[in-house]
Design a protein around this ligand. Structure first.
Ligand code: AGV
Ligand code: CA
Length: 312
């Protein structure tokens, strides 16, 4: 039987590639998509999402809902620009006008409606901040019973996160930092959480050998699409910088299609909601239990997503 999945993303290159890959997974039934303007600008991210469903969604009718959520700590503008590049790729603009519909509802209400209308429990995949889920839970606590589990790209228990901003101590991961309060709300629920944290995503940087592989195999339309998307962002070459790109969200998505790619263990954690460590997830005996994804099989992961792309 197919698993029902709802995706909420924030328009980065790896967010949009995650949508593309979910559409290729045979045992996944994607029931809806929400787009939040965190690490992106909203219009190109919504537009690119609709075009990806048109082109690579195998005829499925899936609505895209724009979020009206706002965060506490804004993403750098240069990163938010990436969605414009993907939206403009010729591969997504060959068959205009766009057919996939935009929902009339804002993303958090679209999530509530999608869960209430589903006869089966739904797996949530969140690859940006948790704001829309937190708002949905506050507005409609009944939806908790419809959630199978949440796979979230976010958080870390490493000494260093990936936030380099004034007034912050660097211990947080960006999706948690954008809206730390939302993480707290979700932590206070009873939802089962798979936390795809920096521990595992650090093992899947974008490197030149990966890029070159996608170039060699570009005769497959879907592999060409991967290569075109990842041309927009900087790979790891000599050393890691603040801009170095990892396949954070794509690893999160891949765990839905192929669980054996990663290792998990249960940990207990709290979240810092404010102050210089805001967004930091910290191990604590008094914390709530989450399933930490702490390791990834790099080669098997890249083989898996490249093979999936060949099915497009
Ligand atoms: O913290 C990782 C999250 C993921 O959801 N995002 C990017 C992924 O979509 C924020 C982010 C951290 N570092 C970045 C990010 C970078 N160097 N470029 C763009 N986004
Ligand atoms: Ca993201």
């Amino acid at each position: 039987m197919k698993r029902k999945v709802y995706l909420n993303h924030d328009g980065g290159v790896d967010d949009l590639v995650s949508l593309f890959l979910l559409l290729q997974m045979e045992d996944v039934d994607l029931i809806g998509v929400g787009v939040i303007p965190a690490d992106c600008y909203l219009e190109p991210a919504v537009s690119a999402s609709r075009k990806i469903i048109d082109r690579f969604g195998k005829g499925k009718q899936i609505e895209v809902a724009a979020s009206n959520s706002r965060g506490k700590n804004p993403f750098p503008k240069e990163w938010r620009m990436h969605a414009f590049v993907v939206d403009a790729l010729p591969i997504l603009n060959e068959y205009l006008p766009v057919k996939t519909k935009e929902s009339k509802l804002p993303a958090h209400k679209h999530l509530i409606e999608s869960l209430r209308n589903s006869t089966e429990k739904v797996t949530l995949v969140f690859v940006g901040p948790l704001t829309d889920l937190a708002r949905a839970l506050e507005e409609a606590p009944d939806i908790e019973g419809k959630i199978e589990r949440l796979a979230w790209m976010g958080g870390t228990f490493l000494e260093m996160g990936n936030v380099e901003e004034p007034e912050h101590d660097g211990t947080a991961e960006w999706n948690a930092f954008w809206d730390p309060e939302a993480v707290k709300v979700v932590w206070d629920s009873n939802i089962h959480i798979d936390l795809v944290a920096l521990e595992s995503t650090n093992m899947v940087p974008l490197t030149l050998d990966v890029r070159n592989r996608w170039a060699r195999e570009r005769k497959h339309l879907g592999v060409d699409f991967l290569g075109q998307c990842y041309a927009a962002v900087p790979p790891l070459v000599h050393f890691q910088t603040n801009s170095t790109y990892f396949l954070w969200d794509v690893l999160t998505t891949a765990t839905i299609g192929k669980e054996v790619l990663v290792k998990r263990k249960e940990v207990k954690s709290i979240v810092h909601a404010d102050g210089p460590s805001q967004g930091k997830t910290e191990l604590s005996e008094n914390g709530r239990a989450v399933e930490l994804v702490y390791e990834a099989d790099r080669d098997a992961f890249f083989d898996y997503i490249t093979d999936l792309a060949k099915q497009a």
